[in-house]
Design a protein around this ligand. Structure first.
Ligand code: PHE
Ligand code: ZN
Length: 874
């Protein structure tokens, strides 16, 4: 049983002591790094008076020496407990010197100071700094950091810290040192250092006020050629933040370092971002278009944190969405401006509506601002990030772009240099708009996905159209009853000819504001019965129900001026058919596709060349994950079978169209990373994937040829996956072997190679994964490898993971038990699919529950795994 207590937001109190400056000296050593820290401490005038100073410190940190105002502290002047060091009687202000010893090599949790492929790096968010030294490790304690790094000069020529380098020198013993000063006070979670044998790509950026900033992206020498895309993204992001938010960069240097061992995507440490290689390295030969886009958005995300996160930070970790929700919203808008706004919106809603809605419906559901937690690492969730972004987007929609910008300006101006709350953020928006946003704040305190039930009535005689909207929200662990939300509902009304009515203010989209449990909206001068287009651009993170007929959905699909709703009409139309076919399948009836459905697809195929990006979206059936999320009860086998059947039937009945489109969108003039070219590749590869389900040798030859001749990873990988998941087993094995020998020295490409096999839905999936665990390219300590193999199998291979004999569940539990001692954060994250056990039929429920119980019974779990398992079982 875990001894870790639950922490509550309501218990927040300000820190008793403040740290004005901290000076750190690291003597780097693989197994015994010495850390000297010198703190200027003073009592917080804002807090209750106490003579006890409590510092956080992980049990792995060895205390070597402690001095107060230059004098050694007697052993009875302090207490060392598992998580704390408490000084029992301290003056009002003083200097504290602490020397600790830590072991980076033994650090497999990848929090604090650790080694990634022989280079030193740190990860301090959320509570990693306490694994380095004793310190008030909470975000509302902000200090000016000076860091000196000392290390062997030949093995670690590059020594990086936050801020600007101010001094360097050599020691007689072959070591060298560098001192860095970061003038901006910051919480400890933004501290970082790096030491290694690294190369860098360097560029310059001139800010809007004319200051020169040096930009450096560091990686191992072999990866130097993969840094151009991240550099371009960084410069674009810097310009965008100046133009859209008026925010200028504030130091003379901005550094990014790529590391191979990293628990998350990337980290916004002040002036020294540390990135998972998967989120910064990109080259056309080794990176897919999806990879390119991920790099661009993560680079932008971390850059935007410099204002939304670093200059204005969080008061406590319950406020995590203050920086994450806002920053995700900012990076989403950036991506929309760089590429197609509709494609970007479809992608982000896809994540929200499948994965976040599923989280909101499960045992780990929590509000955007959680009220309690055991382990904060478990709350870096889709709810805090993606739903948090959706909440900020609703403010943007309700207030309008101009007022929202004024609100952001006020927020940054008012709180620059402070650690604040989501209430402070909303207050700035309320103050500039003059609006009362009290009810809106329920989005931060109530969990769960609201339901909107919409009905309508048209009266021809009075030319009056009425929309009735009822909202409700299901119970979640923190609350049974929910109060109504304040939300923007964007609607349009379509005429029979497909055009949109002109509504309020001469616009074709009108914003309805919902605040009541039930509300009716009236539209006058509507001279024909309209078809409503509801929740345009997905204006709120809700589930909307309206009784469309299939014909009406098909009409919206071809006519709605709102690109997102056009796409969604297609998805809903497909989803209905999926559900009918699932029922047929479960009753043992033969499956068939209605002609009208095929005709709809035929017409989308015909218009595809006009907008390949949109076509690629429209011609993709709802994912297994989305079908599962919307299902009453999840039947993984039926879902997989039906979706596969539909793909086969569409491929067969429209074969010549797929083939024609595939040929038309061939790459003629070589690779470029332009949006147009990416759209062309995505449409072509989608066509190829349909053709490959037909199992015809001619199409196989097409895929094989693409595999051999592709000059970029997008096309090569698409060909690989289409063959690898096909019935051509020998060809699949051949291509996988060829891909391995071609790319075995490219770690990130090998992640993809593992992933293709882990997600292969054909029989025998678990055995294949188990074999791959022994493969030399696999590394059981590297989170990217674990995610690509174990994570991908459990989350993206439903038919195999949910095997009736429970083997998939047992496999996952085995690995969680093994991983928990090594890397609790990764272990807890891998648990997600098991937490969803209530969504399945009784037999699967029992098997999944049994594995959760088995983990629980093991005892001595990390707080991370304990929290997820215990909440899932209750
Ligand atoms: N703060 C990082 C981001 O979202 C994510 C992160 C959290 C990274 C915790 C590492 C550890 O930009
Ligand atoms: Zn972030």
């Amino acid at each position: 049983m875990s001894a870790k207590p639950t922490i509550y937001l309501k218990d927040y109190t300000p820190p008793s002591f403040l740290i004005d400056t901290i000076s750190l000296r690291f003597e780097l050593d693989e197994t015994a790094t010495r850390v000297k820290s010198q703190l200027q401490v003073r009592r917080n005038p804002q807090a209750a008076v106490t003579r006890q100073l409590q510092l956080h410190g992980h049990e792995s940190v060895e205390l070597c020496e402690i001095k107060l105002n230059g004098a050694h502290l007697a052993a009875d002047a302090y207490q060392r407990e598992a998580e704390f060091l408490t000084l029992l009687d301290v003056p009002e202000s003083f200097e504290l010197e602490i020397e600790t010893c830590i072991n980076p090599e033994a650090n497999t949790a990848l929090e604090g100071l650790y080694l990634s492929d022989g280079m030193y790096c740190t990860q301090c968010e959320a509570e990693g700094f306490r694994r380095i030294t004793f310190y008030p490790d909470r975000p509302d304690v902000m200090s000016v950091f000076t860091t000196t790094l000392v290390a062997d000069a030949s093995r670690f020529p590059v020594l990086l810290g936050n801020g600007n380098p101010v001094q360097r020198g050599e020691l007689d013993d072959g070591r060298h040192w560098v001192t860095w000063v970061d003038p901006f006070p910051k919480p400890a979670y933004l501290f970082a250092l790096v030491a290694g044998d690294l190369q860098c790509l360097e560029d310059q950026f001139t800010t809007c006020s004319g200051r020169q900033v040096t930009l450096q992206i560091y990686a191992e020498a072999k990866d130097l050629e993969k840094l151009d895309h991240a550099m371009t993204a960084l410069k674009n992001a810097m310009r965008w933040d100046e133009e859209v938010y008026g925010r200028e960069y504030d130091l003379d240097i901005y550094m990014i370092v790529a590391v191979d061992f990293f628990n998350m995507g990337a980290m916004e440490n002040k002036g020294l971002n540390i990135f998972n290689t998967a989120c910064v390295l990109a080259h056309p030969r080794t990176t897919t278009d999806a990879g390119f886009q991920r790099v661009e958005s993560v680079v932008a995300h971390e850059y935007f944190h410099n204002w939304s996160g670093n200059r204005v930070t969080c008061r406590d970790w319950f406020q995590l969405s203050l920086k994450e929700g806002f920053t995700v919203f900012r990076d989403q808008c950036f991506s929309a401006d760089m590429h197609s706004a509709v494609v970007q919106r479809v992608d982000e809603v896809g994540i929200l509506r499948t994965a976040q809605f599923a989280e909101d419906a499960g045992p780990m559901a929590h509000p955007v601002r959680p009220a309690s937690f055991i382990e904060i690492s478990n709350f870096y969730t889709l709810t805090v990030y993606e739903k948090g972004a959706a909440v900020v987007r609703m403010l943007h929609t309700l207030l309008g772009a101009d007022v929202f910008r004024k609100g952001a300006d006020l927020y940054f101006e008012r709180h620059d240099g402070q650690a604040v709350t989501t209430d402070d953020f909303v207050q700035a928006m309320a103050d500039v708009s003059g609006r009362d946003l009290t009810q809106f704040k329920r989005w931060y305190s109530q969990a769960g996905t609201p339901r909107l039930k919409v009905s309508d009535h048209y009266d021809a005689a009075s030319q009056r159209y009425q929309l009735n909207v009822q909202q409700s929200c299901p119970a979640t662990p923190e609350a049974q009853q929910k109060l109504p939300f304040h939300l923007p509902l964007s609607v349009g009304l379509l005429r029979a000819d497909g055009s949109s009515f002109v509504l309020k203010d001469g616009k074709t989209t009108q914003l309805l504001e919902l605040t009541e449990a039930e509300q009716t909206f009236v539209f006058d001068s509507i001279d024909e019965a309209p078809l409503p287009s509801l929740l345009r651009d997905f204006s709120a993170p809700v589930k909307l129900v309206y009784g469309y007929t299939d014909e009406q959905l098909a009409f919206l699909l071809s006519h709605d001026e709102d690109g997102f709703n056009r796409w969604d009409a297609g998805q809903q139309l497909s989803l209905r058919l999926v559900n009918r076919l699932i029922a047929d399948y479960q009753q043992g009836k033969p499956l068939s596709l209605p002609d009208t459905f095929v005709a709809t697809w035929q017409s989308v195929l015909q218009q595809a060349p006009q907008d390949p990006a949109m076509a690629a979206l429209l011609l993709t059936l709802p994912s297994e994950a989305y079908i599962s999320e919307t299902a009453e009860q999840i039947d993984p086998l039926a879902i997989h079978h039906v979706r596969h059947f539909m793909r086969c039937a569409l491929a067969e009945q429209l074969e010549s169209s797929w083939l024609e489109l595939c040929r038309q969108h061939d790459s003629q003039s070589g690779y470029t990373a332009s949006a147009a070219d990416m759209a062309r590749r995505s449409l072509r590869n989608l066509c190829l994937s349909y053709l490959m389900v037909l199992e015809s040798p001619a199409h196989l030859a097409l895929a094989q040829q693409q595999f051999e001749t592709a000059d970029n990873m997008t096309d090569q990988f698409a060909a690989l996956i289409s063959v690898a998941h096909s019935g051509f087993r020998d060809s699949a094995d051949e291509l996988l072997a060829e891909f391995l020998s071609q790319w075995q020295h490219e770690s990130l490409v090998m992640n993809q190679w593992l992933m293709v096999q882990a997600t292969d839905p054909r029989e025998g999936g678990l055995a294949r994964v188990q074999q791959l665990l022994e493969h030399p390219v696999y590394d059981a300590r590297n989170p990217n490898k674990i995610r690509s193999l174990i994570g991908a199998f459990c989350q993206q291979n439903a038919v195999n993971f949910h095997a009736q004999d429970g083997s998939g569940y047992r496999f996952l539990a085995d690995h969680i038990l093994q991983l928990d001692a090594q890397n609790p954060q990764i272990a807890a994250r891998l648990l997600t699919p098991l937490t969803r056990w209530r969504r399945y039929a009784a037999d699967r429920q029992a098997l999944m529950q049994a594995q959760l119980q088995r983990i629980m019974d093991k005892g001595q779990l990390s707080g991370d795994v304990y929290e997820v398992v215990s909440k899932s079982l209750c």
